[in-house]
Write a protein that binds this ligand. Structure first.
Ligand code: NAD
Length: 358
Protein backbone atom coordinates (compact mmCIF):
# COMPACT_ATOMS: atom_id res chain seq x y z
CA UNK A 1 0.00 0.00 0.00
CA UNK A 2 1.27 3.52 -0.75
CA UNK A 3 0.40 6.22 1.77
CA UNK A 4 1.23 9.93 1.74
CA UNK A 5 2.03 11.19 5.21
CA UNK A 6 2.39 14.84 6.09
CA UNK A 7 5.14 15.15 8.72
CA UNK A 8 5.33 18.24 10.93
CA UNK A 9 8.33 17.91 13.22
CA UNK A 10 7.61 21.17 15.04
CA UNK A 11 9.68 22.67 17.83
CA UNK A 12 11.70 21.67 20.91
CA UNK A 13 11.74 17.88 21.24
CA UNK A 14 9.35 17.55 18.26
CA UNK A 15 12.07 16.72 15.67
CA UNK A 16 13.81 14.33 18.12
CA UNK A 17 10.74 12.21 18.85
CA UNK A 18 9.56 12.36 15.22
CA UNK A 19 12.88 10.93 13.98
CA UNK A 20 12.28 7.82 16.10
CA UNK A 21 8.70 7.42 14.85
CA UNK A 22 9.89 7.65 11.24
CA UNK A 23 12.51 4.93 11.86
CA UNK A 24 9.71 2.70 13.14
CA UNK A 25 7.42 3.46 10.19
CA UNK A 26 10.25 2.71 7.73
CA UNK A 27 10.83 -0.64 9.40
CA UNK A 28 7.12 -1.47 9.24
CA UNK A 29 7.02 -0.44 5.55
CA UNK A 30 9.94 -2.75 4.78
CA UNK A 31 8.56 -5.69 6.72
CA UNK A 32 5.00 -5.46 5.39
CA UNK A 33 5.82 -4.22 1.89
CA UNK A 34 4.26 -0.77 2.08
CA UNK A 35 5.51 2.55 0.81
CA UNK A 36 5.20 5.58 3.06
CA UNK A 37 5.91 8.87 1.28
CA UNK A 38 6.75 11.62 3.78
CA UNK A 39 5.94 15.26 3.03
CA UNK A 40 7.83 17.40 5.56
CA UNK A 41 6.00 20.65 6.38
CA UNK A 42 6.46 23.57 8.72
CA UNK A 43 4.13 24.68 11.51
CA UNK A 44 4.52 26.43 14.85
CA UNK A 45 7.71 28.21 15.87
CA UNK A 46 9.79 26.67 13.07
CA UNK A 47 7.28 28.05 10.54
CA UNK A 48 7.33 31.50 12.15
CA UNK A 49 11.13 31.56 11.90
CA UNK A 50 11.14 30.57 8.21
CA UNK A 51 7.96 32.18 6.86
CA UNK A 52 6.68 34.62 9.50
CA UNK A 53 3.45 32.63 9.82
CA UNK A 54 2.67 29.89 12.37
CA UNK A 55 0.61 27.96 9.82
CA UNK A 56 1.65 28.61 6.20
CA UNK A 57 -1.00 27.90 3.54
CA UNK A 58 1.38 25.39 1.93
CA UNK A 59 1.30 23.30 5.12
CA UNK A 60 -2.48 23.46 5.33
CA UNK A 61 -2.75 22.35 1.68
CA UNK A 62 -0.41 19.41 2.32
CA UNK A 63 -2.30 18.40 5.47
CA UNK A 64 -5.59 18.40 3.57
CA UNK A 65 -4.22 16.40 0.62
CA UNK A 66 -2.18 13.79 2.56
CA UNK A 67 -3.63 10.49 3.78
CA UNK A 68 -2.80 11.53 7.36
CA UNK A 69 -0.60 13.87 9.37
CA UNK A 70 1.94 13.28 12.12
CA UNK A 71 2.94 16.16 14.38
CA UNK A 72 5.82 16.35 16.90
CA UNK A 73 4.95 19.35 19.10
CA UNK A 74 4.92 23.09 18.68
CA UNK A 75 5.70 26.09 20.86
CA UNK A 76 8.36 27.40 23.18
CA UNK A 77 9.46 30.55 25.00
CA UNK A 78 11.14 31.94 21.87
CA UNK A 79 7.72 32.65 20.37
CA UNK A 80 5.87 33.72 23.54
CA UNK A 81 5.70 37.33 22.36
CA UNK A 82 4.04 36.57 19.04
CA UNK A 83 0.60 38.10 18.55
CA UNK A 84 -2.24 35.85 19.84
CA UNK A 85 -3.18 35.03 16.22
CA UNK A 86 0.35 33.92 15.33
CA UNK A 87 1.37 31.92 18.37
CA UNK A 88 2.68 28.42 17.56
CA UNK A 89 -0.27 26.77 19.34
CA UNK A 90 -2.63 28.55 16.93
CA UNK A 91 -1.19 26.35 14.17
CA UNK A 92 -2.43 23.27 16.00
CA UNK A 93 -5.92 24.66 16.41
CA UNK A 94 -5.90 25.71 12.74
CA UNK A 95 -4.94 22.24 11.52
CA UNK A 96 -7.48 20.49 13.78
CA UNK A 97 -10.25 22.85 12.64
CA UNK A 98 -9.35 22.60 8.92
CA UNK A 99 -9.27 18.80 9.10
CA UNK A 100 -12.45 18.75 11.24
CA UNK A 101 -10.93 16.10 13.45
CA UNK A 102 -13.52 16.46 16.19
CA UNK A 103 -12.70 13.38 18.26
CA UNK A 104 -9.38 13.12 20.07
CA UNK A 105 -8.68 9.66 21.49
CA UNK A 106 -6.14 9.53 24.29
CA UNK A 107 -5.45 6.07 25.68
CA UNK A 108 -3.68 6.00 29.05
CA UNK A 109 -2.42 2.60 30.14
CA UNK A 110 -0.03 1.75 32.94
CA UNK A 111 2.59 -0.84 31.99
CA UNK A 112 2.87 -3.16 34.98
CA UNK A 113 6.67 -2.80 34.83
CA UNK A 114 6.57 0.99 35.23
CA UNK A 115 6.12 3.10 38.36
CA UNK A 116 3.08 5.24 38.93
CA UNK A 117 3.31 8.11 41.42
CA UNK A 118 0.18 6.58 42.99
CA UNK A 119 0.40 4.02 45.80
CA UNK A 120 0.52 0.34 44.80
CA UNK A 121 -2.82 -0.44 46.51
CA UNK A 122 -4.48 2.19 44.31
CA UNK A 123 -3.09 0.95 40.99
CA UNK A 124 -3.34 -2.69 42.07
CA UNK A 125 -5.88 -3.72 39.45
CA UNK A 126 -4.21 -1.65 36.72
CA UNK A 127 -5.02 1.57 34.87
CA UNK A 128 -6.43 1.47 31.34
CA UNK A 129 -8.36 4.62 30.51
CA UNK A 130 -9.52 5.97 27.15
CA UNK A 131 -10.23 9.70 27.10
CA UNK A 132 -12.40 10.90 24.21
CA UNK A 133 -11.97 14.66 24.02
CA UNK A 134 -13.99 16.97 21.77
CA UNK A 135 -11.34 18.79 19.75
CA UNK A 136 -12.65 21.48 17.45
CA UNK A 137 -15.09 23.50 19.51
CA UNK A 138 -15.70 24.78 23.04
CA UNK A 139 -13.86 27.59 24.74
CA UNK A 140 -10.60 27.09 22.79
CA UNK A 141 -12.48 27.99 19.61
CA UNK A 142 -14.84 30.57 21.12
CA UNK A 143 -14.36 34.29 20.82
CA UNK A 144 -11.58 35.68 23.03
CA UNK A 145 -11.68 39.38 23.80
CA UNK A 146 -10.20 41.97 26.08
CA UNK A 147 -11.85 45.26 26.96
CA UNK A 148 -12.03 47.95 29.58
CA UNK A 149 -15.27 48.13 31.54
CA UNK A 150 -15.75 50.96 34.04
CA UNK A 151 -11.99 51.65 33.81
CA UNK A 152 -11.27 48.03 34.80
CA UNK A 153 -9.43 45.64 32.45
CA UNK A 154 -11.78 42.81 31.49
CA UNK A 155 -11.34 39.61 29.47
CA UNK A 156 -13.92 37.23 28.02
CA UNK A 157 -13.67 33.73 26.52
CA UNK A 158 -16.80 32.22 25.06
CA UNK A 159 -17.60 28.53 25.40
CA UNK A 160 -20.20 27.34 22.90
CA UNK A 161 -21.38 23.89 21.78
CA UNK A 162 -24.05 22.86 19.31
CA UNK A 163 -26.07 19.66 19.56
CA UNK A 164 -24.43 18.26 16.45
CA UNK A 165 -20.89 18.95 17.72
CA UNK A 166 -21.71 16.92 20.84
CA UNK A 167 -23.51 14.12 18.99
CA UNK A 168 -20.70 13.33 16.55
CA UNK A 169 -17.99 12.98 19.22
CA UNK A 170 -20.35 11.17 21.60
CA UNK A 171 -21.03 8.59 18.88
CA UNK A 172 -17.28 7.84 18.74
CA UNK A 173 -17.24 7.38 22.52
CA UNK A 174 -20.35 5.13 22.55
CA UNK A 175 -18.86 2.90 19.81
CA UNK A 176 -15.54 2.68 21.67
CA UNK A 177 -17.31 1.79 24.92
CA UNK A 178 -19.00 -1.13 23.17
CA UNK A 179 -15.56 -2.50 22.23
CA UNK A 180 -14.30 -2.08 25.82
CA UNK A 181 -16.13 -2.57 29.14
CA UNK A 182 -19.41 -0.95 28.05
CA UNK A 183 -18.99 1.80 30.67
CA UNK A 184 -19.02 5.41 29.50
CA UNK A 185 -18.41 8.33 31.85
CA UNK A 186 -19.49 11.80 30.72
CA UNK A 187 -17.39 14.42 32.52
CA UNK A 188 -18.80 17.95 32.71
CA UNK A 189 -19.72 20.80 35.01
CA UNK A 190 -23.48 20.57 34.60
CA UNK A 191 -24.11 22.16 38.01
CA UNK A 192 -22.81 25.46 36.59
CA UNK A 193 -22.38 25.51 32.80
CA UNK A 194 -25.16 25.68 30.20
CA UNK A 195 -22.94 23.86 27.69
CA UNK A 196 -22.55 20.97 30.15
CA UNK A 197 -26.33 20.73 30.56
CA UNK A 198 -26.63 20.39 26.80
CA UNK A 199 -23.94 17.66 26.80
CA UNK A 200 -25.94 15.72 29.43
CA UNK A 201 -29.19 16.06 27.48
CA UNK A 202 -27.66 14.98 24.15
CA UNK A 203 -25.66 12.08 25.62
CA UNK A 204 -28.65 10.98 27.73
CA UNK A 205 -30.87 10.88 24.63
CA UNK A 206 -28.24 8.95 22.64
CA UNK A 207 -27.89 6.40 25.45
CA UNK A 208 -31.38 5.09 24.57
CA UNK A 209 -29.93 3.80 21.28
CA UNK A 210 -27.03 2.08 23.09
CA UNK A 211 -28.69 -0.29 25.59
CA UNK A 212 -25.39 -2.12 26.10
CA UNK A 213 -23.55 0.98 27.24
CA UNK A 214 -23.86 2.00 30.86
CA UNK A 215 -23.62 5.82 30.93
CA UNK A 216 -22.69 7.64 34.12
CA UNK A 217 -22.01 11.31 34.81
CA UNK A 218 -19.36 13.08 36.88
CA UNK A 219 -18.39 16.69 37.52
CA UNK A 220 -14.93 17.53 36.26
CA UNK A 221 -13.61 18.52 39.70
CA UNK A 222 -14.68 15.15 41.11
CA UNK A 223 -13.17 13.37 38.10
CA UNK A 224 -9.81 15.07 38.72
CA UNK A 225 -9.97 13.57 42.22
CA UNK A 226 -11.23 10.10 41.16
CA UNK A 227 -8.39 9.77 38.64
CA UNK A 228 -6.04 9.81 41.62
CA UNK A 229 -8.18 7.91 44.13
CA UNK A 230 -9.83 5.25 41.95
CA UNK A 231 -8.28 5.21 38.44
CA UNK A 232 -8.95 1.47 37.98
CA UNK A 233 -12.69 2.12 38.11
CA UNK A 234 -12.60 4.46 35.09
CA UNK A 235 -12.76 3.15 31.53
CA UNK A 236 -13.98 5.51 28.77
CA UNK A 237 -14.25 9.23 29.58
CA UNK A 238 -16.14 11.50 27.19
CA UNK A 239 -15.63 15.20 27.71
CA UNK A 240 -15.43 18.63 26.13
CA UNK A 241 -12.27 20.23 24.76
CA UNK A 242 -10.71 22.04 27.73
CA UNK A 243 -11.66 19.47 30.39
CA UNK A 244 -10.17 16.75 28.15
CA UNK A 245 -6.96 18.70 27.72
CA UNK A 246 -6.46 19.03 31.47
CA UNK A 247 -7.64 15.55 32.53
CA UNK A 248 -5.50 13.78 29.94
CA UNK A 249 -2.32 15.45 31.24
CA UNK A 250 -3.31 14.33 34.74
CA UNK A 251 -4.02 10.79 33.52
CA UNK A 252 -0.67 10.67 31.70
CA UNK A 253 1.15 11.50 34.93
CA UNK A 254 -0.48 8.65 36.85
CA UNK A 255 0.59 6.13 34.19
CA UNK A 256 4.25 7.08 34.50
CA UNK A 257 5.14 9.88 32.11
CA UNK A 258 3.57 12.28 29.66
CA UNK A 259 6.16 11.02 27.16
CA UNK A 260 4.46 7.61 26.94
CA UNK A 261 1.07 8.71 25.61
CA UNK A 262 0.07 8.92 21.97
CA UNK A 263 -3.13 10.34 20.57
CA UNK A 264 -5.33 10.13 17.53
CA UNK A 265 -7.65 12.82 16.22
CA UNK A 266 -10.30 11.73 13.77
CA UNK A 267 -13.33 13.11 11.99
CA UNK A 268 -15.76 11.69 9.47
CA UNK A 269 -13.29 10.22 6.96
CA UNK A 270 -10.29 7.96 7.40
CA UNK A 271 -7.78 10.81 7.43
CA UNK A 272 -6.45 11.60 10.89
CA UNK A 273 -4.08 13.82 12.83
CA UNK A 274 -1.65 12.01 15.10
CA UNK A 275 0.47 13.55 17.83
CA UNK A 276 1.88 12.63 21.22
CA UNK A 277 0.04 14.41 24.00
CA UNK A 278 3.13 16.19 25.33
CA UNK A 279 4.31 19.62 24.27
CA UNK A 280 7.67 20.75 22.93
CA UNK A 281 9.37 20.33 26.34
CA UNK A 282 11.86 23.22 25.91
CA UNK A 283 13.54 22.25 29.21
CA UNK A 284 14.90 19.00 27.71
CA UNK A 285 15.05 19.88 23.98
CA UNK A 286 18.35 19.08 22.25
CA UNK A 287 19.56 16.86 25.10
CA UNK A 288 18.58 13.55 23.47
CA UNK A 289 16.71 12.49 26.62
CA UNK A 290 13.07 12.84 25.52
CA UNK A 291 10.83 9.79 25.56
CA UNK A 292 9.62 9.17 21.98
CA UNK A 293 7.21 6.32 22.83
CA UNK A 294 4.18 8.64 22.74
CA UNK A 295 5.11 9.71 19.22
CA UNK A 296 5.79 6.12 18.14
CA UNK A 297 2.43 5.05 19.60
CA UNK A 298 0.77 7.86 17.66
CA UNK A 299 2.29 6.50 14.44
CA UNK A 300 0.95 3.07 15.36
CA UNK A 301 -2.52 4.56 15.91
CA UNK A 302 -2.29 6.12 12.45
CA UNK A 303 -1.62 2.73 10.87
CA UNK A 304 -4.58 1.20 12.68
CA UNK A 305 -7.18 3.96 12.56
CA UNK A 306 -6.46 5.66 9.23
CA UNK A 307 -4.82 2.97 7.10
CA UNK A 308 -6.50 -0.19 8.45
CA UNK A 309 -3.04 -1.77 8.99
CA UNK A 310 -3.94 -3.77 12.09
CA UNK A 311 -1.10 -6.32 12.10
CA UNK A 312 1.42 -3.56 11.45
CA UNK A 313 0.09 -1.50 14.39
CA UNK A 314 0.11 -4.59 16.62
CA UNK A 315 3.75 -5.23 15.73
CA UNK A 316 4.65 -1.74 17.00
CA UNK A 317 2.59 -2.12 20.18
CA UNK A 318 4.24 -5.48 20.86
CA UNK A 319 7.70 -4.02 20.21
CA UNK A 320 7.02 -1.22 22.71
CA UNK A 321 5.97 -3.83 25.29
CA UNK A 322 9.19 -5.77 24.68
CA UNK A 323 11.24 -2.58 25.01
CA UNK A 324 9.73 -2.01 28.47
CA UNK A 325 9.76 -5.68 29.52
CA UNK A 326 13.43 -6.01 28.58
CA UNK A 327 14.33 -3.17 30.92
CA UNK A 328 15.03 -0.26 28.58
CA UNK A 329 14.12 3.15 29.99
CA UNK A 330 14.40 6.77 28.96
CA UNK A 331 15.20 9.21 31.73
CA UNK A 332 11.58 10.14 32.55
CA UNK A 333 10.66 6.52 33.37
CA UNK A 334 14.05 5.39 34.73
CA UNK A 335 14.05 2.90 37.62
CA UNK A 336 16.89 1.30 39.61
CA UNK A 337 18.82 -1.43 37.73
CA UNK A 338 17.26 -0.64 34.36
CA UNK A 339 19.05 0.26 31.13
CA UNK A 340 19.03 4.01 30.49
CA UNK A 341 18.82 4.81 26.77
CA UNK A 342 18.84 8.02 24.78
CA UNK A 343 15.91 9.21 22.68
CA UNK A 344 17.89 8.46 19.51
CA UNK A 345 18.39 4.81 20.58
CA UNK A 346 14.73 4.05 21.30
CA UNK A 347 13.58 3.76 17.67
CA UNK A 348 16.44 1.38 16.80
CA UNK A 349 15.62 -0.93 19.71
CA UNK A 350 11.91 -0.94 18.89
CA UNK A 351 12.70 -1.59 15.20
CA UNK A 352 14.85 -4.57 16.16
CA UNK A 353 11.83 -6.12 17.92
CA UNK A 354 9.59 -5.43 14.92
CA UNK A 355 11.92 -7.31 12.60
CA UNK A 356 12.41 -9.96 15.26
CA UNK A 357 16.19 -9.58 15.49
CA UNK A 358 16.46 -9.29 19.29
P1 NAD B 1 5.31 19.89 27.92
O1 NAD B 1 4.44 18.72 27.68
O2 NAD B 1 6.14 20.34 26.78
O3 NAD B 1 6.29 19.58 29.15
C1 NAD B 1 5.80 19.32 30.48
C2 NAD B 1 6.86 18.51 31.24
O4 NAD B 1 6.89 17.18 30.72
C3 NAD B 1 8.28 19.06 31.06
O5 NAD B 1 8.97 18.89 32.29
C4 NAD B 1 8.90 18.20 30.00
O6 NAD B 1 10.30 18.06 30.08
C5 NAD B 1 8.18 16.86 30.23
N1 NAD B 1 8.04 16.12 28.97
C6 NAD B 1 7.19 16.43 27.97
N2 NAD B 1 7.31 15.55 26.96
C7 NAD B 1 8.27 14.66 27.33
C8 NAD B 1 8.84 13.53 26.72
N3 NAD B 1 8.47 13.11 25.50
N4 NAD B 1 9.80 12.85 27.39
C9 NAD B 1 10.18 13.24 28.62
N5 NAD B 1 9.66 14.31 29.26
C10 NAD B 1 8.72 15.02 28.62
O7 NAD B 1 4.36 21.06 28.42
P2 NAD B 1 4.68 22.60 28.72
O8 NAD B 1 6.02 22.73 29.37
O9 NAD B 1 3.49 23.10 29.42
O10 NAD B 1 4.73 23.30 27.30
C11 NAD B 1 5.92 23.57 26.56
C12 NAD B 1 5.54 24.17 25.22
O11 NAD B 1 4.81 23.20 24.44
C13 NAD B 1 4.62 25.39 25.32
O12 NAD B 1 5.00 26.31 24.33
C14 NAD B 1 3.23 24.81 25.04
O13 NAD B 1 2.35 25.78 24.53
C15 NAD B 1 3.56 23.76 24.00
N6 NAD B 1 2.58 22.66 23.91
C16 NAD B 1 2.41 22.13 22.68
C17 NAD B 1 1.57 21.04 22.54
C18 NAD B 1 1.45 20.41 21.17
O14 NAD B 1 2.21 20.77 20.28
N7 NAD B 1 0.52 19.50 20.98
C19 NAD B 1 0.91 20.48 23.65
C20 NAD B 1 1.16 21.04 24.89
C21 NAD B 1 2.01 22.13 25.03
Amino acid sequence: MVKNICVIEGDGIGPEVMAEAIKVLNTVAEKYNHKFVYHYCLAGGAAIDKTGKCLPQETLDKVLSADSTLLGAVGGPKWDNESPENRPEKALLGIRKAMQVYANLRPQKLFKELDSPLKANIVGSGIDIMIVRELVSGVYFGQHSESVENTEKTATDIMKYTENEIKRVAKVAFELSLKRSGNLLLVDKANVLATSKLWRKVVGDMAKSYPNVNVSYMYVDNCAMQLIKNPSKIDVILTENMFGDILSDEASAIVGSIGMAGSCSIGDGSRGFYEAIHGSAPDIAGKDIANPIGMISSASMMLKNSFGMFDEAKSIERAIELFIQNGYRTQDIMQPDKKLVKCSEVGDIICSYIIGRS
